[in-house]
Design a protein around this ligand. Structure first.
Ligand code: SF4
Length: 95
């Protein structure tokens, strides 16, 4: 299975926190005409996202609207993956 980070642009509020945490994978937010000119982030497709798994997981956890997820690329990116880390609530201890 090849995992790839995915930003749900319907939900993204364009805060660029993911880009601050993991610029290797997440682009700085910019205006997107497909979404009425709202600021949206996106992912870089020229790098292996799994090489920076920890940083992507941090971005998933810290995204204020929880719109980042891992997807299974081998299924055409349609399968959303959930990880224990990704479903943890802020402030809960890491087990
Ligand atoms: S942290 Fe979340 S809401 Fe903020 S730009 Fe990234 S994907 Fe969008």
């Amino acid at each position: 299975m090849v995992r790839k980070a995915y930003v749900d642009k319907e939900i993204c509020i364009g805060c660029s926190l993911c880009n601050t945490i993991c610029p290797e994978v997440f682009l700085e937010s910019k205006q997107n005409s497909e979404y009425g000119g709202d600021f949206k982030s996106d992912t870089v497709n020229t790098v292996n996202h799994e090489e920076v798994t920890d940083k992507v997981d941090d971005a998933i956890q810290q995204c204020p609207v929880q719109c980042i997820s891992w997807r299974d690329e081998s299924s055409g990116g349609e399968t959303k993956l959930t990880t224990k880390k990704a479903t943890q609530k802020h402030g809960e201890p890491n087990h």
